[in-house]
Design a protein around this ligand. Sequence first.
Ligand code: ADP
Ligand code: MG
Length: 323
Amino acid sequence: MFVDAHMSEFDLIKQYFTRPTHHTDLGVGDDAALLSIPAGHQLAISADMLVSGTHFFADADPYQLGWKSLAVNISDMAAMGAQPRWATLAIALPDINESWLAEFSRGFFACAEEFNLDLIGGDTTRGPLTISVQIMGEVPTGKALKRAGAKVGDEIWVSGCLGDAALALAHMLGKFSLSAAEFASCAKALHTPQPRVALGLALRGLANSCIDISDGLLADLGHILECSKTGAEINLTSIPHSFVVSNYFSTKAVQQMVLAGGDDYELCFTAPVAAHAGIERVSEELVLPLRVVGHITNSLGLIVRGLNDEILDFKETGFDHFA
Ligand code: ADP
Ligand code: MG
């Protein structure tokens, strides 16, 4: 419940968070939303919360924040091979700032439209700026891509480029200095990530396991290994990165961003060698680079080979002393 002199909670929800829906039986405005899942499908559900000061700067651009708060959730659907369908939005606002709300909602709905997703409900309250989205998608029963499922001998693939978001963040924190053009290029990855939904859907039946890279390749690949009870060997030189990252790839700090930087929202997946040609066709169809960065092994743990094929010295979780 939110009481304010300028605008009621009801008016706020109506103005900023109510849009026509496309595949929902009953959307915003009742005590609960109603939706129907097609026969033969499972509902995939996930939630991600963004807290001011922890996940974004308090003065973050509201349009980008609206986009990103939905995009990071859609990315979880992509990683499951699920078609994103519905979302709810629980938001705590310190005050009613209408120009902020207008931009936040424009960014949120731009992302919703891009991925054909209905906002079907939520909650609005006063409090420190916090954005919590729950997302729901559908996937044919038994066809979801899980973290468990990687097999010894699988190739490990990564979509797009890694490291841009971490490099942009380092620049904003004054830890790294980029030219204006370089920053503009990297900042897109940080502020308006593009969840790989089409890729996730195309990988059903091809990939053995899949995860989205939100916490860095090593950490997220580590989840696949743990769930699949396997190990892996990857090569730093094979990891795809942008021209901006390649400008600085000789520095250890940037190598670490590629391996362990967060916020990329690309997919990391494993697939048998027999699926290699099929995955290359997917790459061409989607006009999305997909690269093999290593393979799954039967010795537990993750080995990373550096620029000269040397084994990099870090523990599976202790990326910090890699810098
Ligand atoms: P209740 O008191 O029954 O919890 P609310 O007054 O919180 O209902 O919400 C009224 C309607 O608006 C509900 O349908 C709810 O799902 C929706 N809603 C509230 N906040 C949001 C929001 N931020 N985004 C989308 N829908 C919202
Ligand atoms: Mg409520």
